[in-house]
Design a protein around this ligand. Structure first.
Ligand SMILES: [Zn+2]
Length: 443
């Protein structure tokens, strides 16, 4: 990629190659070239100098040279072609060495790409791996290069598959399966927060350079982490709830035969009817109770009334927020008192979903094949059945890998049922091998 002037970075497998000072591994900015530097030849300044050496009427700037060339000026055309040939001479050896497949040009110089394209292509024609030579349509690619460079200089770029220690929460309704089947601590573990950077819990990194550190230490912030992923073991049913801002998704990992959960309302939401039903204890009649099976997927948009039922083990992927309005708790007591309800807030939050809309947001994908579970602006979730080897590219966004069944390796690390890995952006191509069921979440 070539940015403004002669900024230059090489991206391989989604990763910018860098030197030991975290700068670009292949800088051409001050590269000696024909008695001067590369920048003296391939730049707006270079074009103008070259042009004005021979021109009868000097040009004020590179744009003027380009304009004249566009109008058919022979000298203008020639100096652009010469620059294209020089550029090929400068970067050709690097592209050849690394067997680069695509070359993108950004910055001001890309605006006159058409004028030096042919010479550049000629100069690079011997490179059989190079199949794409393009100029950025706008300057976005150049900006991206700059941002990436800033990131490299300001962040420790140590991306590797990080094994996470879950934050486990004991809650009255929790069961013992997360301990017994998913290698979590013993006890009534209701929720294992497998990926979380949240005021109420942050995962710890268990392996590699950052072992023992919190994920937030690695990220440099506790703010704005996009998702939270939990394994939830509901031995008893959870309170009926609704979230004001949060979108979430459930994947049923396992359940007891006949288990059900609350997924929206049977009819369109009517505030008066709902309040009356809460008043006289008949609200359960309004709830849409749905039988569940392993492999079922439920998408829960903001404003949908919902509750996990008893005997259900769920993988929950959600927007990173824990604001919950509890509407109804089956009249249960905790320490002799009912738990706090947030009926007023809930009434403001519950949205009108038609039974048809609700029905369309859930489906059964069974347990056999790989499957996309959710793809919304907040997260993309896939389930993969790995048998042998699978390569996942991790470039622009993080990837979360949670193993629900089986065992194998992720990169060089062992992964087994109940393990959660965080793969930071820039990890490159990561191999998952073995025989296992994994849930992959990215943004
Ligand atoms: Zn919820």
């Amino acid at each position: 990629m070539i940015g403004t002037g002669l900024g230059f970075a090489v991206m391989k497998n989604g990763r910018i190659l860098q030197n030991e000072n975290k700068g670009p591994a292949y800088s051409i900015f001050r590269l000696p070239f024909h008695g001067a530097t590369a920048e003296d030849f391939v730049s707006g300044r270079g074009i103008v100098n070259r042009y004005n050496k021979e021109a009868k009427v000097p040009a004020a700037n590179a744009k003027e040279v380009a304009d004249r060339a566009d109008a058919g000026d022979a000298l203008g055309l020639r100096v652009h072609a010469e620059m294209g040939a020089d550029l090929a001479e400068i970067i050709g050896p690097i592209l050849k060495d690394l067997r680069i497949k695509a070359l993108y040009l950004g910055g001001q110089i890309s605006k006159s790409f058409a004028l030096f394209e042919e010479a550049l292509r000629d100069g690079l024609s011997a490179l059989s791996d190079l199949t794409v030579i393009e100029a950025a349509k706008d300057l976005d690619l150049a900006h991206l290069t700059g941002v990436t460079q800033w990131y490299l200089q300001n962040q420790p770029f140590d991306a590797y598959p990080m094994k996470l220690e879950a934050v486990c929460k004991e809650i009255v309704w929790g069961g013992t399966q997360l301990g017994e089947r998913f290698h979590k601590p013993a006890g009534k573990i209701a929720e294992a927060w497998e990926l979380c950077v949240h005021p109420e819990g942050v995962c710890k990194i268990e392996n590699g350079k950052f072992a023992g550190k919190l994920l937030s230490d690695y990220l440099g912030t506790k703010e704005n982490f996009p998702v939270m992923i939990k394994l939830i073991d509901a031995c008893d049913r959870l309170s009926i709830q609704v979230h004001p801002v949060k979108t979430e998704m459930w994947y049923i990992v396992d359940c007891k035969p006949g288990a059900t959960l609350v997924y929206g309302l049977k009819e369109k939401f009517n505030r008066e009817d709902f309040l009356a039903a809460l008043e006289n204890g008949t609200v359960e009649n309004l709830l849409n109770m749905v039988p569940v099976h392993p492999g079922d997927v439920f998408f829960i948009p903001q404003g949908l009334v919902h509750a996990i039922g008893a005997g259900i083990l769920v993988a929950e992927i959600q927007e990173n927020s824990n604001v919950t309005y509890r509407v109804y708790d089956y009249g249960r007591l905790q320490n002799g008192k009912p738990r706090e309800l947030h009926v007023d807030q809930a009434m403001q939050t519950i949205r009108d979903f038609t039974p048809d809309q609700i029905e369309k947001a859930r489906y059964a994908c069974g347990r056999g094949d790989s499957h996309t579970l959710a793809n919304c602006p907040l997260f993309k979730v896939d389930r993969f059945m790995v048998n042998g080897e699978m390569t996942v590219p991790v470039s622009g966004f993080f990837l979360s890998v949670i193993c629900l069944e089986g065992e194998g390796k992720i990169g060089e690390e062992r992964i087994q049922k109940g393990d959660s890995f965080y793969l930071p952006a820039g990890c490159g191509n990561v191999k998952i091998t073995g025989s296992l069921e994994v849930i992959l979440t990215t943004k």
